[in-house]
Design a protein around this ligand. Structure first.
Ligand SMILES: O=C(O)c1cc(C(=O)O)c2c(n1)C(=O)C(=O)c1cc(C(=O)O)[nH]c1-2
Length: 563
């Protein structure tokens, strides 16, 4: 494995350097593709555990972390803002850091963390009370610690930070509490703020320097143009899944979450830049382009999902499997929509996306009613909507394979009854103005691992899964796709056909993405196991149906038996 300090050049080429996993996404562009072939469609049947490491204690719940691999060590975060360094050869603990969390943290969707970032000699991660902590990779000692925002106002951090062009780029969580989403850039070695860019219009003409002074952004905007009154001040659009970065376009891409509150009748207008992808100039924070997936979002569809860049017909595009059920292919340099097609069977809020205007063709009856009309007492008319608010795809990252030219999307088929209620903003209170009941659509499955062709919009193959899929995906040059299931399995399937080739029971549900690397002559695969995340908390009937595994907290490492 690589030794020494992690540099920008190493991060920009980590996808091509199979000795390490230096960033979330297995490369900042987030393809989650490995060129390694020792473990392949012919050999994978011989994959066996090399070691397993327990996160221990009573603190379990959702484990969504993607491990990082560098310099003979694994860096893996765990629930409740913990991080471990583990010896790659032996699986022995090298150090552990447990952030001291105050009472009253408010993560909406479990006490999760999705991973850390590596830079220089540091490993950096965000905490549930909205701090960033940078530790020495060798000792686990704190090098710097910065408060990002006020947890009592609903701010938290669950995403892995992104390093691009030598800067640390992070988002914030808290869309359900009416926080204001933003992207921040810091000096990764010191934690000093370089710029901060809010993702809610009203702040639209501005970004902020390190002293909080507004600087013209170069993107013109008008306060109140897409937000009524003062609602933009509590407008959500949180950047809770973090971002990706493409060294070719030199842009960082951040998805933005739902506009707050959920009740869309309180905020007529598009509510920019909620439920969008924003492309940022890394050095300045200027928004180079923005594309809104769900203008005036009424279903908590968010737009937070990852934008993964790839080559098609000699051009650079980004793919995004949105919670709203459509898969978008967008010019990564300009933001121009190239294609948008459904990747789930049932979508009730829009019939299609107009490729000329980039806007959805709404189905009016798909929008929950206005409580001020008093249709159902204080509630607005309840509608059945699909996808459910937990999305056609949620936080679990998809993969792209340049070999098969397919995206591998962990999709879910479900709907919900949803209605609106009156609501006003109160600091630290849930800011929804809506209620819901999630419902399965089919008897035999909710999850569906789907191979999606970005060019044709065709689903090339699918594998149904009883429970909702909530872990991420990895593709490899060995013609393999790896993914985990809430039923506890890590699976390997044929990337071209979807045929199942191998599976292993990890002992708890898998809601985290696998990784692979090669140390000397041996290829390894790792995945974190530990059931949790939003489904058991918010899934209602669905959660009852799938809560069949105990909680857990461990990381599993595999290699071929003959090695
Ligand atoms: O709006 C937000 O700030 C925000 C944050 C998070 C989060 O940080 O985990 C989730 C969501 N929204 C969300 O809508 C959602 O469905 C969700 C699922 C999960 C999860 O980890 O399982 N987190 C979140």
């Amino acid at each position: 494995a690589d030794a020494g300090n992690v540099t920008t050049a190493m991060l920009d080429s980590t996808a091509k350097n199979p000795a390490s996993v230096l960033s979330f996404g297995m490369g900042t562009q987030g393809q989650r593709y490995s060129p390694l072939t020792q473990i392949n469609d012919k050999t994978v049947a011989k994959l066996v555990p090399a070691w397993s490491f327990s996160f221990g204690g009573e603190k379990q719940r959702g484990q969504e972390s993607q491990p990082l691999i560098h310099n003979g060590k694994m860096f893996v975060t765990a629930s409740y803002s913990r991080i471990f360094a583990v010896d790659l050869k032996t699986g022995a603990k090298l150090w552990k850091y447990e952030h001291r969390l105050p009472d009253g943290i408010m993560p909406c969707c479990d006490v999760v963390n999705r991973g850390a970032a590596l830079y220089g000699n540091l490993v950096i991660f965000g905490t549930l009370d909205a701090y960033l902590v940078a530790l020495d990779q060798n000792t686990g000692k704190i090098v710097w610690k910065e408060k990002v925002d006020d947890y009592a106002a609903g701010y938290s951090m669950t995403a892995a930070p992104l390093i691009a062009e030598g800067l640390l780029l992070t988002g914030v969580s808290g869309g359900e509490f009416g926080i204001v989403g933003r992207v921040e850039a810091r000096n990764p070695m010191t934690g000093d703020l370089v710029w901060s860019r809010p993702t809610v219009e009203g702040h639209m003409g501005h970004r902020y320097d390190k002293d909080g002074k507004a600087i013209d952004n170069g993107v013109s905007g008008t306060v109140n143009k897409t937000w009524p009154g003062d609602l933009w001040k509590t407008g959500g659009a949180s950047t809770w899944m973090g971002g990706t970065y493409d060294p070719q376009t030199r842009l960082a891409y951040f998805g933005t979450g739902n506009p707050a509150p959920w009740n869309s009748h309180l905020r007529p207008g598009d509510n920019l830049y909620s439920s969008s992808t924003v492309a940022l100039d890394v050095k300045t924070g200027q928004i180079k382009w923005a594309y809104q997936n769900t203008p005036n979002d009424a279903w908590d569809f968010d737009g937070a999902n990852e934008f993964v860049t790839f080559d098609m017909d000699g051009k650079r595009y980004g793919g995004k499997a949105d919670r709203n059920g459509f898969f978008y292919v967008i010019d990564a340099s300009t933001g121009k929509l190239q294609n948008a097609f459904p990747f789930v069977k049932k979508i009730t809020w829009a019939s299609s996306i107009d490729l000329k205007t980039g806007r959805p063709n709404y189905i009016a009856a798909g929008r929950p009613g206005d409580p001020t009309k008093g249709e159902e007492g204080k509630k607005g008319t309840t509608v059945f909507a699909a996808p459910a608010f937990l999305g056609a795809k949620n936080q679990m990252p998809m993969a792209y394979s340049p070999q098969t030219k397919l995206f591998y999307v962990p999709a879910n088929e479900w709907g919900m009854d949803i209605w609106n209620e009156p609501i006003s903003y109160k600091k630290g209170g849930a800011f929804l103005g809506a209620g819901f009941t999630i419902k399965p659509l089919f008897d035999d499955y909710i999850g569906a691992m789907r191979a999606v062709d970005p060019k044709t919009g065709k689903i090339v193959w699918e594998i149904k899964n009883n429970a909702p899929l909530w872990g991420g995906v990895m593709s490899t040059a060995g013609n393999l796709v790896f993914y985990g299931t809430p039923e506890g399995f890590l699976k390997a399937v044929d990337a071209k056909t979807g045929k199942e080739l191998w599976k292993f029971q990890t002992g708890s549900g898998v809601v985290a993405p696998p990784v692979t690397w090669q140390d000397g002559d041996t290829q390894y695969v790792a995945v974190v196991s530990g059931w949790g995340g939003a489904v058991p908390l918010w899934g209602g009937e669905v959660a009852k149906k799938v809560n069949f595994l105990e909680q857990g907290g461990s990381v599993w490492v595999f290699k071929l038996a003959s090695k």
